[in-house]
Design a protein around this ligand. Structure first.
Ligand SMILES: CC/C=C(/N=C/c1c(COP(=O)(O)O)cnc(C)c1O)C(=O)O
Length: 388
């Protein structure tokens, strides 16, 4: 595999020619200055990069310890980091002459970002979305429809991200000629995990520069939520060779790690093969993939990108869980203290910040990836808080 024992490309033979075409297209694009220029131009003028690095003064005071900075990727066009990856991949799909785009989505952020770039580039778009997620991320379902995407609800299994990814892969195997599968996270068969990491690394590269400008040094800690792992690896990757930087990936602890009602694949899973790559997975003793659970649709995935599996085994990154309750408490605290409504996914990273900031010195610095805004979650959280 491309990440120690992890990664690889475990796909049906019918997909191999396409996967090899994709790898070639990506390598050609990486060598083409015109591709880099178009990516930079769209990141700047369409997405609105660089995203701000915001010093959360009130939260820092409230917690009384380390200085807390947020990387504001929730302010990107469409409301999360997903657009960084979608622009990179839609340009590849064009270079490959593909005429149809498919994607999976859980929280609907990737679905919206895919529908957005398909509208911008005039390509038809089919998004596979678990029926459970269609219900709990309604605002994003409406946005996808307004953007012209066809949504295919997936009722198999628990009707969440894993099931949507299964259906997207089935579609792809049947339509290899004209269809490009725009994967939404740093998982899947090689080269997807590496490619998505490269597109998301703009987050960490900007962060390193911005913090150097305002503080004249590296952060002491980085914190990001991990679902499939793309926003986290994007923040982390430019810092992996800076040993002074502690790195924390926060998994969905759901209702707690004791039972099976969580998605802490790294903390409670074991290596296996799913969706084309070898990585840590939540599986029973027979190797059956477990359904998992999370209050946040975007972390509700029983796998993880293979680069994170490698970073766990090498010990470079600490992976810790945050429960549904901790995430909901963090969601409310940020909203009340900083006037920022976060998505439930980064609320898990915030739960970890709330735990660790008070233990750190006032001159130490934490940077957290605020990778999505909470508009999509206001009904879920409102219901949990008993709003009428
Ligand atoms: C690709 C499936 C995941 C989705 N979202 C995942 C997600 C995540 C977790 O995905 P990763 O960054 O890839 O770990 C974090 N933050 C927000 C705001 C998210 O929406 C989606 O469909 O929108």
């Amino acid at each position: 595999g491309h990440f120690g024992d992890f990664g690889g490309r475990f796909v049906a033979e019918t997909l191999m020619p396409l996967i090899l075409d994709l790898e070639k297209a990506y390598n050609d694009a990486k060598a083409d200055p015109a591709y880099a220029a178009e990516l930079k131009n769209l990141n700047t003028h369409y997405t609105g990069r660089p995203s701000a690095l915001y010093f959360a003064e009130r939260l820092t005071e409230e917690l009384g310890g380390a200085k807390i900075y947020f990387k504001r990727d929730e302010l990107n066009h469409t409301g999360s980091h997903k657009i960084n990856n979608c622009i990179g991949q839609i340009l590849l799909a064009k270079r490959m002459g593909k005429t149809r785009i498919i994607a999976e989505t859980g929280a609907g952020q990737h679905g919206v970002a895919t529908a957005t770039v398909c509208a911008r580039f005039g390509l038809p778009c089919v998004v596979y979305m678990g029926a459970t997620d269609v219900e709990r991320q309604k605002p994003n379902v409406f946005r996808m429809k307004l953007l012209g995407a066809e949504i295919v609800p997936v009722t198999a299994g628990a009707g969440t991200l894993k099931d949507a990814m299964n259906e997207a892969l089935r579609d792809w195997v049947t339509n290899v000629e004209d269809t490009y599968y725009l994967i939404g996270t740093a998982a899947g068969p090689h080269p997807y995990p590496e490619m998505v990491r490269d597109f998301q690394s703009v987050i960490g590269e900007e962060t390193k520069k911005q913090l150097m400008e305002v503080e004249g040094r590296l952060p002491d800690a980085l914190v990001a939520a991990v679902g499939g792992g793309s926003n986290a690896i994007g923040l982390f990757h430019p810092f992996l060779d800076d040993p002074s930087v502690e790195i924390y990936g926060v998994e969905a602890g759901g209702k707690g790690l004791e039972g099976e009602e969580h998605c802490a694949s790294l903390n409670a899973g074991k290596p296996g093969v799913l969706h084309g790559n070898r990585t840590y997975l939540l599986q029973d003793d027979d190797g059956q993939i477990l359904e998992g659970h999370s209050v946040s649709a975007g972390l509700d995935y029983p796998g993880i990108g293979p680069e994170h599996s490698w970073l766990k085994d090498t010990g470079r990154v600490n992976y810790v869980p945050a429960t549904d309750t901790e995430a909901l408490d963090a969601f409310q605290m940020l909203t009340r203290v900083e006037g920022i409504i976060p998505a439930l996914e980064p609320s898990h990273a915030l739960a970890q910040v709330i735990k660790m900031a008070p233990q750190m010195d006032k001159d130490q610095i934490i940077v957290m990836n605020l990778c999505g805004r909470g508009d999509k979650d206001v009904f879920t959280v409102g219901k949990l808080l008993g709003f009428d």
